[in-house]
Design a binder for this molecule. Sequence first.
Ligand code: SDX
Length: 354
Amino acid sequence: MNSLVVPKGLEGVIVDRTEISTTDQSGNLLYRGYRVVDLVEKLDFESVALLVLTGKIPDPEARSRFSDLLKTNSVIEGKVREIIRVLREPNIMNNLRSIVSLYPYKNRKNLDLLIEIASKFPSIIFYSDVAIRGWRDIEETGGTYAERLYRILTGRDDRENSKFFEKLLIMYMEHEFNSSTFALRVTASTLADPVCGITSALSALKGPLHGGANSEVLDYLLKFKSEDEAIRFIENKLSRKEKIMGFGHRVYKVKDPRAQYIKSQLKKLHGYDSVMKYAESIESYMWQERHIPVNLDFYGALYMNALGIEERFFLPVFASARVFGWSAHYIEQVSSNKIIRPQAQYVGPVGLKL
Ligand code: SDX
């Protein structure tokens, strides 16, 4: 069979079919055929997660069974807590990757195991934080997935803010063949178990060009005292050919619908006027001067900051939502599998003699 030479980074290359989600250049994002901007207004996180996992919007009974499952599975065993305590790893993403990779792969139904692993993310984040900052008396298991996670991150039971937070989790949940999802699918295509798949995805997500961008946005955004200062900073970085975190996208060349939605929600959170002004002037500068659109990580970082979530939790929040999208892709990959194994064009030396 003749080989096909494709652009570096598989840019613009369709490598497989999926029924889970789709994005298009004009900025629509569908989960299982529904526009995410509609889902986020009408359904809660548990219902959207079940839709992404199964392809169907759950009835109230199925939704509450799933919600109970996430709660009962959320507790992590004593020996795992002890490993986290001994590790004392300050980077929570490293803990998520290490603890998930240790997860005992019981010969179980893949979907049950994937849901069990996903349920543990909030508690792994909690005990990682406790190992570094000491015990905090937080009720770990009550409430919805978003309320639980928000309480663990901020120490606060705040229904209104948890609702805002839940919208961000839905936006982060799923995104077609992004790098971490594709890393998971390559792993799943070898028929490695779900624990291996999620571990691959967590590793890929950590990169600053992918999930790691949101933690770098605040490093620059909160220090400006004027719009001129903000634009000068961006101009200097661009002149040094440095990437502006929170901008650009492989698929969205006009707008990231998630960024625009979270920006609209951010405006409902108080006390953010000056930062929003600088943020919007950077957004319009990047579009007018470079035609580079803002992505979810830019306004997502500001949004989490406005909700009182510390920067070190930004990427673990992304992972705690995307683990449901990864789980759906694991199931889809193994359900009609062919091992993913591309070729390379050899450009190295030939005919060398020893
Ligand atoms: C996520 O794929 C997904 O769906 C990812 C994601 C998801 O939900 O899973 O949406 C989450 O990862 C969002 C992206 C977060 N990363 C960042 O914000 C990091 C900064 N962005 C860039 O690194 C870049 O835009 C990428 C990685 C996001 C996209 O890479 P592409 O597709 O290679 O970028 P491009 O082809 O549009 O860029 C063409 C040129 C670049 O040329 P190179 O230097 O790459 O050769 O445009 C310039 C640059 O010159 N450019 C930028 C830029 N993005 C593109 N210049 C400065 N700052 C930027 N952010």
